[in-house]
Design a binder for this molecule. Structure first.
Ligand code: AMP
Length: 144
């Protein structure tokens, strides 16, 4: 199976490097380009309405922190990203939107093993799968 353009969605936690390394290996095997995406959940979106304070400074601080973390992540990888995107909104919907906009043929996300209530609440990987415009690869992220 050949892929030309892969969208890697990262939450920028310490686990991102494990998922990114697999994405890089797949790019090297298929010759695909790698696009990285981090979504800053907009506070309005997260709270389901208007937040009664000025959050402009907080959002721009989050943006700066995300940029720094993306640079650190990229420096740890053996190939550079073709492009990295930081967007704001709902995580799953932004991943779908950017996947369409960039015309990727594979989305890669990390996936935790979930139990109990967390399983009921669902995961980002599950949310991305539904309505995805292309293939989705969930990389299992374990605790060790
Ligand atoms: P979860 O199991 O719901 O914590 O989601 C884990 C995976 O979802 C991560 O490894 C990422 O691939 C993706 N993900 C979660 N949050 C974000 C985010 N803010 N931006 C982009 N991808 C994310």
């Amino acid at each position: 199976m050949m892929y030309n353009r892969i969208l890697l969605a990262v939450d920028l936690t310490d686990e991102s490097i494990k998922v990114a390394n697999k994405a890089v290996a797949l790019c090297q095997a298929t010759g695909a380009e790698l696009i990285m995406l981090h979504v800053i959940e907009s506070l309005n979106y997260a709270y389901g309405g208007d937040v009664p304070i000025d959050i402009t400074d907080i959002q721009s601080q989050l943006q700066e922190t995300a940029k720094e973390r993306i640079s650190i992540l990229e420096a740890q990888l053996s190939i550079p990203f073709k492009e990295s995107c930081i967007t704001q909104g709902g995580i799953e919907s932004e991943i779908h939107r950017i996947a369409e906009e960039k015309q990727v043929d594979l989305i890669i996300v990390g996936s935790h093993c979930r139990h109990g209530l967390a399983l009921l609440l669902g995961s980002t990987a599950n949310g991305v799968l539904h309505g995805a415009p292309c293939d989705v690869l969930a990389i299992k992220v374990s605790k060790d």
